[in-house]
Design a protein around this ligand. Structure first.
Ligand SMILES: Cc1ncc(COP(=O)(O)O)c(C=O)c1O
Length: 391
């Protein structure tokens, strides 16, 4: 067998069938959605200027996908072409700012996405980044101080949303003052998109944001990629500019897969998102009972798909995450835990308690991870069927 085929096979055996996957940026597609990624669409080109022939079905798929996205997110416009959440961020930033403008967002040390910070996209676009005043106690933006800052800085753009996000952001509370200073209001929903679709988290478009954008593969269970949902005014500008500036071939196999995932979300999203939040809360509570440093106990730990174990930084977090990996429990070095994949594989509160117990054996009891691995693998193997999808 070719080496690559062998490596993929071994990867799938391990990560798909033997691990308990708790990375909050990840999820799993249904078999039907996944199969569309290897369809003929993955070989084809289409472009808005009609240059390519043979696109009659591709065009219909795109139209279907946009229509269903607008229904699911209750938006005026939808664009499925951004190739990733990062590119969706770029499109929004570049479409409504010019060099030297100031943007306000959550800084990376408070859980904000490093891609929207000084050295990354804003740096290339020559934008100045300012961080929201933020409370680590409550993991939330400080509304009063943020209001003053917006009035003082008069930013061109305010972006809500973050990579570490436990609770809704105060979009409604800050949208009015943001508009008063003529700033564009965006929400990077990369992490919470599936919860927004399932109506289990704030819908920023209903709270005063002009655009909601981000990844389609974190709490949203689509293929890896990006999406932009927007009001009429912003959506039009984005649609006009996206091709040829930011995306040429939009990867139509991905768009077909995303369209089907949107249809799954429309039908099953509410039940899925409710269970995700219940599972995250159950996992956090069980871990806290074993003295793991789960944040925000007074606030019920979380209202999203994430649990935050605050070990004080990546260095200490890495030690924890490495030990867990030895037991086939996969987390990041944050240490953020996400329950989307386990939920999609049918796990509920009871299984969250089992996961917490496995983690306790590794981290608190300091049992050899390779001994715990057997039980973790067994739990993973018991839950292989993907739920909340068309059969
Ligand atoms: C808040 C946020 N926005 C954007 C991204 C980038 O998404 P993608 O990996 O789809 O480019 C991430 C990545 O994790 C993220 O956390």
């Amino acid at each position: 067998m070719n080496e690559v085929l062998d490596l993929v096979k071994r990867h799938e055996q391990w990560r798909e069938r033997e691990c308990i996957n708790l990375i909050p940026s990840e999820n799993v597609m249904s078999p039907a959605v996944r199969s569309l990624l290897s369809s003929d669409l993955g070989h084809r080109y289409t472009s808005r200027d009609g240059f390519y022939m043979g696109t009659r079905f591709t065009d219909e798929i795109e139209e279907y996908g946009e229509k269903i996205a607008m229904e699911v997110f209750r938006s005026d416009t939808a664009d499925l072409r951004p190739l990733s959440g990062h590119i969706a961020d770029l499109i929004f930033l570049a479409s409504f700012t010019k060099p030297k403008d100031t943007i306000l967002c959550v800084s990376p040390d408070n859980g904000g996405y490093p891609g929207i910070w000084a050295q990354a996209l804003p740096g290339y676009l020559r934008l100045r980044t300012v961080g929201f005043p933020f409370s680590k106690e409550t993991m939330s933006i400080k509304i009063g101080e943020a209001t003053d800052l917006i009035l003082e800085e008069k930013p061109k753009m305010v972006i809500f949303g973050a990579s570490l996000i436990l609770f809704p952001h105060p979009v409604e509370e800050l949208a009015k003052v943001t508009r008063e200073v003529n700033a564009h209001v965006g929400y990077d929903g990369s992490h919470v998109l599936g919860l927004i679709a399932g109506e289990e988290f704030q819908n920023p478009l209903r709270e005063g944001a002009s655009a909601l954008f981000g990844s389609t593969h974190k709490s949203f269970f689509g293929p890896q990629g990006g999406i932009i949902l927007a009001d009429e005014e912003h959506g039009e500008v984005i649609k006009r500019g996206i091709f040829p500036a930011f995306v040429d071939n939009a990867h139509w196999n991905r768009i077909a897969a995303l369209s089907l995932a949107l249809a799954e979300m429309k039908k099953y999203g509410k039940r899925y998102a409710e269970q995700v939040v219940r599972n995250a809360q159950a996992l956090a509570k069980a871990l806290a009972e074993y003295d793991f440093p789960a944040t925000c106990p007074g606030l019920g730990y979380t209202r999203s798909h994430q649990v935050f174990l605050d070990y004080g930084g990546y260095k200490q977090g890495r030690v924890i995450a490495q030990k867990l990996e030895g037991a086939n429990i996969i987390a990041d070095c944050g240490v953020r835990l996400g329950v989307c994949e386990t939920t999609r594989k049918g796990m509920r509160e009871e299984e969250m308690e089992r996961i917490a117990e496995l983690m306790k054996r590794v981290i608190v009891d300091r049992e050899d991870p390779s001994q715990v691995k057997e039980d973790a693998t067994k739990l993973a193997q018991e839950h292989q069927e993907i739920r909340y999808c068309f059969s």
